[in-house]
Each structure stands twice: as C-alpha cells, then as structure tokens.
Design a binder for this molecule. Structure first.
Ligand SMILES: Nc1nc2c(c(=O)[nH]1)N[C@H]1C(S)=C(S)[C@@H](COP(=O)(O)OP(=O)(O)OC[C@H]3O[C@@H](n4cnc5c(=O)[nH]c(N)nc54)[C@H](O)[C@@H]3O)O[C@H]1N2
Ligand SMILES: Nc1nc2c(c(=O)[nH]1)N[C@H]1C(S)=C(S)[C@@H](COP(=O)(O)OP(=O)(O)OC[C@H]3O[C@@H](n4cnc5c(=O)[nH]c(N)nc54)[C@H](O)[C@@H]3O)O[C@H]1N2
Ligand code: SF4
Ligand SMILES: [Mo]
Length: 708
C-alpha cells in the first residue's frame, strides 16, 4: 500500500508537495489532490486511486479553494456596539464577552437558558469538542444542528428499524445492483460523483426514479414515476401488499432475521391498487411494473434522500423502503440495501459524535450505563453528563419565543436562510438577549442578526476527519492559512473552554489528532467501532476507512457492507417492520392557495445558502443568479404567464417574487424553487415529522399572481 499523506515531487528546480484530502461539500467524500508549492495551494484535482471517486470530482470540489480567499471573509471578531453597528474587537474581548454574557443569562434564567445550533459541515473532532464543551462543561442542555433539517429522519428510521443509525451500504453497491430505486433523490445534481458510480454499473441496470419532478436523474433513468408529492408511503405500502399477495417475498429471511411482519402485512392490506393509483396519481401499469422489477431483480437497492426525509411522515416513509428491502431479502448482499444517501460532508460524523441528539458514539443520554461508560472513557465525573435529551431544533426556537432560552450560539449554519418559515424565525431571534454566530464570512444573513461574530477558519484551513455516506472516515487537512485572526473552530472551542473555566474537563482534548484517539475509544465495541485505525496516517495509507473497523480488521479490505450475517443491532439481533397509516398533506392546496411548492437543490454549482459557492466566479457563472420558479407549460398558459416574467408567490406565511421558468419537468399545479435563494423559506410551512422533528421543506400551499 503506498503512502499518500505528502508526496514530494521534484519538478525542475521546484519542490512541490502533494496532499490528498476529502472534499468539504457533499457527503460523497471525494478525495482531492492539492499541489503545494512554497506553502501555496495550486489547482485541485481528483485522486485517481481513492476508492470513493476513482479519479472524478465535480466543479464545486475542483473550485473549493476559491471561497477561501473571498473579500468578505470574517477576519476579526466583531461585537455589536451601543449604536447597533458591528465593531472590530480582539479575541480577548470577544471571548470575555461571550463568557460574561452567557454566564449572566444562565445565572438569571437558569442553566437551560443558553442553547446552541451547529452543523454537519465541520470535522468530527470539532463537533465532539463542541458537544463535550457545551453539554458537559458549560452546563448547556439544549443543542441541535442543521442535520435536523437533513438527516434526522434517516437517523430515527434506522435506529428504530435496525437498532442503530447505520446506513448499510458501500459505494460499489451502485455498481453491483441490477435494479436501483432512487426515491426523492437527485444525485445527478446533489451527489454527482456517486452518480458516476451508478454509470459504471456494468449490469445494464434498471434505474427507477421516484420523484414528482422529472429531474436530471429522472431523465437519465430507465423508469420515472412522477408521483404526487408525499404519496410515497401509500405507494410503498401498496407495493408491499402486491409483493405479499403475489408471494414475491423472502419468507425465510423474514422469519429468521426480522420481527413484526404479521402486523405489517395486515396494515398494508388496506393499500389495494385502486387506492394507490388514486393517491399517487400513477397509472396501474407503472405500479405493477415497479413491483415486478423488485421481484425480478437479483440485487435490488433502495436509495433515498430529501424527498423522503423532509416530510410530515418521513420516518415511516424511510421505513417503508427498509421494509421492502427486508421482505425481499435485499439487504446485506452486494448491490442491495435500504440506503439513505447523506448530504453534508460530515453529516455522518455529526450523527455519531455531535453529542446533540444522542450521547457520544451513538449512545443515549437517558441510559445510565451509556453515561457511565462515557464518563469512564473520558475520565470525567458522570454527574457532568446530562440525563435528559436536548430539545429538537424547532422546540429550541419555541423556547426562545416563550422567553425560556435567552442566549444562542450558532456554529457553521445559516438558519436565517435555511430554516423553515423565516418571518417567524426573525421575530423569534429578536427575543434573544445574546446571539453569537461563528462563521467564515462576515455578511451572512445570520451574521446580520448576531451580537457577536467569531471568525472561523474553513475547510482547507484546518485538520480533522469527515465520515462520508458509506461510513468512510477520511482526512481533511490544513493546506491554506486562515485569513487575519480567523481560527479553526477547534481552537475557538478550546479558548472558550479556558475562558469559561472548564478546561480541566477537556485537558486531553489537545489537538484534533488526540481527539481522534479519544473518539476511537468511544467507538470501541459499538457498531461504529473504528478502534482499529491506528493514527491519522493510517487513513491516508488506506484511502479512507469505513466503520466498523475494530482492532484486527484488515486495511486491505477496502469495502465494508453491514448486515451480511443477517444480524441487526437490536438486542435480539432482528430488524423490525414498522409501519402506520399514511396521513394527508399538512397543507394541501385549496381554492385559494392552489399550487404546491416544492424546493430542493438547483445546480451542481450551488451549495445551500451559497456563502461559499457565490465566492467562486466559475461557480457563479454556472448557475442562475436570480431566483426563479419552475412552472408547468399548461399552468403557465392558463395563467397567461410567459417565460422570464416575474410572478408573486404567496403562502400563508410570506410572499416573494421569482422569475418564471416554464418546463414540462414539473407537474401541473406544482412549482419548484431551489433552496439556494434566500427568499424561499419565507414561504415554507413549519410542519414536522412526529418522530424525527425534521421539517417538511418540500410541500406548502401557495398562490401566484402575475406581475410581469
Ligand atoms: N449541488 C449541491 N449538492 C448538494 C447540496 C447542495 O446544496 N448543492 N446539498 C447537500 C445536502 S446537505 C443534501 S441533504 C443533499 C440533498 O440531495 P437531494 O435530496 O437529492 O436533493 P433535493 O433537491 O433537496 O431533493 C431531492 C428530490 O426530492 C424531490 N421531492 C420533493 N418532494 C417529494 C416527495 O414527496 N416524494 C418524492 N419521492 N420526491 C420528492 C424533489 O423534487 C427533488 O428532486 O444534497 C447534497 N448535495
Ligand atoms: N426550502 C428548503 N430549505 C432547506 C432545504 C431544502 O431542501 N429546502 N434543505 C435543508 C438541508 S438538507 C440542509 S443540510 C440545510 C443547510 O443549511 P445551512 O447549514 O444553513 O447552509 P450552509 O449554507 O451550508 O451554511 C453553513 C454556514 O457555515 C459557514 N461555514 C462553512 N464552513 C465553516 C466552518 O468550517 N466553520 C464555521 N464556523 N463556519 C463554516 C458557511 O459560511 C455558512 O454560513 O438547509 C435546509 N434548508
Ligand atoms: S461530488 Fe461532492 S465530494 Fe465530490 S467533488 Fe463534488 S462536492 Fe466534492
Ligand atoms: Mo442536507
């Protein structure tokens, strides 16, 4: 195995170092090669030998250095003065103020009156540091992250069904499947290099895309089922019913490896074909063909993303896919699986180690044995570990509305663009006594609301590890100095621990790599065990390592898939069939609000709230700069709307303008606006899945007016 960490090449007289590191945008986790000459990073290119991307990278990844040198980088701490303007201050004053203000709030209103919101986009070591600092050191109970907007549904679905949050696949499953079913997922735009893996599949696979819109992925598929939004649960229960009635199920697998099939079978009897066609808007033939594709496929894989997770019944929908995989024995074998594709570069790190929704290492705050174990491993008093769960994101905001939470710290997320129902959020945040934002940029919509800005280094300016969608741990490295006084989040957290006076608790948390060693210990004997990874350099040698990787595991095995032995993580080793009646849309269109608004990713070149991608000229050129709305030609002609007209779109919560883009790829009486434009969440509806508390960003009733 060759050493990759830093290769020295002699090119002419100049010495050049080449570093490989994982990309900081999407969860695919491509490895990028960085040439360093006189400590300056050159053009990024994909690493050919990395088992994830095999020599591919998208434009966003290749352009990942551009946003680092932007003029709007936050270079010093900024504190809001008496006149309301942000004023430069030194780190000492910033940290002193941070500690004084938050401690005062806690002293006046109780420990629980300060909360934090973080991210799936910083290294695991930083997330874990933050989780320990806040929850064990600062006495903070409530902290959540943008992963609530993104992955909470998959986490809950897996935990309930499998006993642990464990996406089971490895990327070669894209290549080994003969039937791939993508539900509410648009990887051509959102995970373009994963899609390259699908394209390498030599089996001439059937590719089914289930999405109300004819997306790029749907256009590239062999089958597209344009179902009515949020009718997925009905569809998959109905498909399960057809499979059962046709005896197209794997009874041995069900009997040996699962629980709850009988009650599942009786529930799905209520989903006959007539109900399916009525509720999903699909033709009988389309539904029957899907059932028979699943039956005929030897290696069927189910993939889902935000079209499933962001739903008022997301957890049950994700589980309806898990159920299909279980009942047909399509799990644990190459090319199969019930596979949640993650989104952010380190969503998977956050799921295991952020210490927000669960205790470190996929543990449970409510479980005494788990708390004891963590206290022992970290050599900290067990009493410092909270015995209750945090409030989820939307309830943290409700607690701010109610005046129970008065202080908030926001790290690497931009809720004043990305959270649902913006006008309510703005009113809510105005109630805070003290609001701290920690970001790379000094002018995000969230920074506009802050009392204190802590300037952070970004990807490429710090060390640590990310975990990608297939559970592969990969390294990120410091290849470019952070501008001005900006600091890696890790060192900001460290300074805060000192100023707060809880540095003793975090004595061993010296550097990212020492934290990695602690995380290894925390993972030991857990399903996510990676205690067999010796050091950071092992990750470089191996081309990233997927968990589980316990001591004694072989580095040469470059692909790991879960459940090949049919044993799941519940105490009895069995997976569970979980299901309940499907429910109607929370805000169905009516006579007044007669369109349904979908939202999601627009182009490969745009990342979320665009703080990073708007800082690359090349990426800006590759995406529409103005907000636009997709509308069906039939609706446009009925309303006498032309392409490029401006229309007013109004929901029960807000009203925005967008330019018209007429396309048959969106269904009638539906609209689509990409999430990258700041206006979009003025409209969205704050409805949440009852189990995961994930917002349903993709379905709200709106009306439109033509304003030309
Ligand atoms: N270029 C780019 N790539 C990204 C990101 C980015 O911002 N830009 N973000 C990353 C992140 S964090 C995430 S989470 C992923 C998201 O990746 P995806 O989930 O693939 O992206 P979305 O466009 O949000 O949603 C996918 C699809 O769900 C469909 N959909 C809406 N409602 C329904 C429904 O009721 N049923 C079904 N079946 N489908 C529905 C939408 O039409 C949309 O095409 O992308 C990651 N990759
Ligand atoms: N309508 C609608 N809304 C959506 C969605 C949708 O589909 N539709 N999708 C949702 C989903 S899946 C997601 S994941 C969220 C994403 O929502 P956000 O997390 O709000 O989006 P980002 O733009 O990624 O924000 C990250 C912030 O962190 C900063 N940052 C980047 N790197 C670092 C770092 O290393 N340290 C620090 N301190 N800061 C850093 C960036 O400048 C930026 O301000 O949006 C959600 N919102
Ligand atoms: S596909 Fe994702 S991980 Fe790969 S280069 Fe593009 S943004 Fe980065
Ligand atoms: Mo996401």
């Amino acid at each position: 195995m060759r050493m990759r960490e830093s290769r020295l090449l002699k090119i002419g007289e100049n010495k050049m170092t080449i570093m490989d590191m994982v990309c900081g945008y999407c969860s695919t986790g491509c490895s990028l090669q960085v040439p360093l000459k006189e400590k300056k990073a050159g053009k990024l290119s994909p690493v050919a030998s990395y088992p994830v991307n095999l020599g591919k990278a998208c434009l966003k990844g290749r352009e990942a250095l551009a946003p680092l040198s932007a003029v709007n980088r936050a270079v010093t701490p900024l504190l809001r003065n008496q006149q309301g303007a942000m004023e430069k201050v030194g780190w000492h004053q910033a940290l002193n103020t941070f500690v004084k203000r938050f401690k005062k709030i806690q002293a006046t209103h109780g420990q629980e009156s300060v909360a934090f919101l973080s991210t799936g986009q910083i290294p695991t070591e930083e997330m874990a540091f933050l989780g320990v600092l806040t929850k064990f050191g600062m006495g903070i109970r409530h902290g959540d992250a943008n992963t609530r907007q993104c992955m909470a549904t998959s986490v809950t679905a897996y935990k309930q069904s499998f006993g642990f949050d464990a996406p089971p696949y490895t990327y070669s499953d894209f290549e080994q499947s003969d039937v791939l079913i993508f539900v509410g997922a648009n990887p051509c735009i959102a995970q373009p290099v994963m899609w390259q893996r699908v394209r390498r599949n030599p089996n001439q696979p059937k590719i089914v895309v289930i999405d109300p819109r004819k997306t790029k992925t749907a256009l590239a598929a062999t089958h597209h089922l344009a179902l009515q939004p949020k009718s997925d649960l009905t569809l998959f229960y109905g498909i399960a019913n057809i499979l059962i009635e046709s005896s197209w199920i794997d009874s041995d697998y069900i009997a040996k490896n699962t629980n709850g099939f009988d009650s599942f079978r009786s529930l799905v009897r209520d989903y006959p074909l007539e109900r399916l066609t009525l509720e999903t808007g699909l033709a009988e033939q389309e539904v029957l063909e899907l059932a028979s594709l699943i039956h005929q496929g030897k290696r069927v894989s189910f993939w889902w993303t935000m079209g499933v997770n962001q739903s008022h019944q997301g957890v049950r929908t994700a589980q309806s896919l898990i159920n299909l995989a279980l009942m047909t024995g399509n799990i644990g074998r190459p090319g199969t699986g019930a596979n949640s594709i993650t989104g952010q570069c380190n969503a998977m790190g956050s799921r295991l180690f952020s210490n927000t929704t669960g205790l470190l290492g996929g543990r449970d705050f409510l479980n005494e044995a788990d708390r004891k174990e963590v206290a022992e491993i970290l050599e900290i008093p067990q009493e410092s570990i909270p015995t209750e769960n945090s409030l989820p994101y939307h309830q943290i905001l409700e607690a701010i509305e109610q005046g129970k939470i008065k202080g908030l710290w926001c790290i690497a997320t931009n809720p004043l663009h990305s959270w649902v129902d913006q006008s309510r959020l703005k009113k809510t945040l105005e109630k805070l006594d003290f609001f701290v934002v920690q970001d790379m940029y000094n002018d995000t919509l969230t920074v506009d609301f802050a009392d204190l800005l802590l300037p952070a280094a970004g990807w490429g300016e710090k060390e640590g590890t990310f975990i990608n969608s297939e559970r592969r741990i990969g390294r990120v490295k410091n290849i470019s100095p952070a501008p001005g006084e900006a600091q890696a989040d890790f060192y900001i957290f460290k300074s805060i621990a000192e100023y707060w006076g809880c540095e003793e608790l975090l004595q061993k948390w010296e550097t990212p790599e020492t934290v990695f060693q602690l995380l290894k210990k925390l993972s030991k004997n857990r399903p996510c065990d990676f205690s067999g990874i010796k050091a950071y350099s092992t990750l470089d040698q191996a081309g990233g390592i997927q968990w589980p990787f316990p001591k004694g595991a072989e580095i040469q095995d470059r692909e790991r898939r879960l459940f090949s032995d049919g044993i799941f993580f519940h105490p009895d080793g069995k997976a569970r069939f979980l299901a309940e009646e499907s429910r109607p849309l929370p805000e169905a269109p009516d006579d007044e609000y007669d369109f349904l608004l979908l939202t999601g990713r627009g182009t490969i070149a745009q990342w979320h709230t665009q703080t990073r991608t708007e800082n690359s000229a090349l990426l800006r050129k590759s995406s529409p700069q103005e907000i636009y709305v997709e509308i069906n030609p039939h609706d446009a002609s009925q309303l006498n709307i032309q392409s490029k007209d401006w229309i007013q779109i109004t929901s029960r919560r807000g009203s925005i303008k967008a330019r018209v883009f007429i396309t048959p790829h969106i269904g009638q009486r539906q609209l689509f606006i990409p999430m990258h434009y700041k206006e979009v969440n003025e409209l969205t509806n704050p409805s949440f899945d009852p189990y995961s508390a994930q917002p349903s960003f993709k379905d709200c009733a709106v009306k439109i007016q033509d304003i030309k």
